[in-house]
Write a protein that binds this ligand. Structure first.
Ligand code: CP
Length: 307
């Protein structure tokens, strides 16, 4: 099935039916990712460009692999090694890539709304790979996909989202997506990292970490985003770990075998102990694999054809 839209900019714009279609297509793509040959021709003749103004390992590499597994031509641009560093505007960079025949531009930018701005000026499909403190739609889609694979659906699930909510585009996209799919996102973190009116986005707030984790089906840790903090928002890493970090002891309040997710990269021993990261209920590595499948699904549903 194709998506009836040019761009994927946020979970806010996607309907529950569209999300379900993406997750269903990702199930099919996951089989290709896990197969021996990993090569299909759905994107043969298409050009996929990643345009990253911020660092990335998982998102950039998984988009590149997703495109390559489907036989697209791929180009990776990092802002500091391109004409952006000479002062070119995002609009002109986009139009330049358009003129070279880009079919899809995948953009990560430190400014919220940059992908939406770019999408107005290019014929290519634009996929948001994370914009400032706004949205990270493909991360939320792969999180939803991982949850659905393990728990069968979303109705009635309690998903605890813990940590640096304020700076987290992952939290925002997940809150929107989980609500649309029928789950209840419950957030908790340091008061200095909790946005005002987060409830308006659809999240419930918990008064304590224990309340957030109590009976949760899924526990999602978030990275402490030191690079986005203008001043220290907690006294020290060890205090953060003690009061807000996720340990096996704290997880005892969750449902038995509650899934443990983290978008990565993890600050080991800060947001989660190694025992949790590497524990039996952790699906953090599986999230990464599923990320390739979800990104294959999106590229295919925007521009692919069966060949
Ligand atoms: N989860 C995530 O966006 O990771 P990267 O920053 O490595 O892409």
């Amino acid at each position: 099935m194709k998506l009836e839209r040019k761009d994927v900019l946020g979970l806010k714009e996607l309907s529950a039916d569209e999300i379900t279609s993406i997750l269903n297509t990702a199930e099919y793509m996951r089989k290709i990712v896990l197969s021996d040959s990993k090569k299909v021709h759905y994107l043969r003749g298409r050009t996929v460009i990643t345009l990253f103004y911020e660092n990335s390992t998982r998102t950039r590499v998984s988009f590149e692999l997703a495109a390559k597994y489907m036989s697209a031509d791929t180009v990776n641009i990092t802002a500091n090694a391109s004409s952006v560093a000479k002062g070119e505007t995002l609009m002109d960079t986009g139009r330049t890539l358009d003129s070279m025949g880009a079919d899809v531009i995948i953009i990560r930018h430190n400014m919220s709304g940059a992908p939406h701005h770019l999408a107005k000026y290019v014929k290519a499909s634009v996929i948001n790979a994370g914009d400032g403190m706004h949205e990270h739609p493909t991360q939320a889609l792969l999180d939803l996909f991982t949850i659905r694979r393990h728990l069968g659906g979303f109705d009635g699930l309690k998903v605890a989202i813990l940590g640096d909510i304020y700076h987290s585009r992952v939290a925002r996209s997940n809150i929107i997506g989980l609500r649309k799919m029928g789950a209840t996102p419950v957030v908790y973190g340091p008061a200095t990292m909790m946005p005002v009116e987060i409830e308006k986005m659809g999240a419930e707030t918990a008064p304590t970490l224990e309340d957030a984790i109590e009976n949760a089906d899924v526990v999602m840790g978030l990275r402490v985003q030191l690079e986005r903090q203008k001043k220290a928002l907690f006294p020290s890493r060890s205090e953060y770990a003690k009061y807000f970090g996720i340990s096996p002891g704290k997880l005892k309040n969750a449902k038995k075998n509650a899934l443990v997710l983290h978008p990565g990269p993890v600050n080991r021993g800060v947001e989660m102990t190694s025992a949790v990261i590497d524990g039996d209920d952790s699906v953090i590595n599986e999230q990464v694999t599923n990320g390739v499948a979800v990104r294959m699904a999106l590229l295919y549903m925007l521009t692919g054809s069966e060949q």
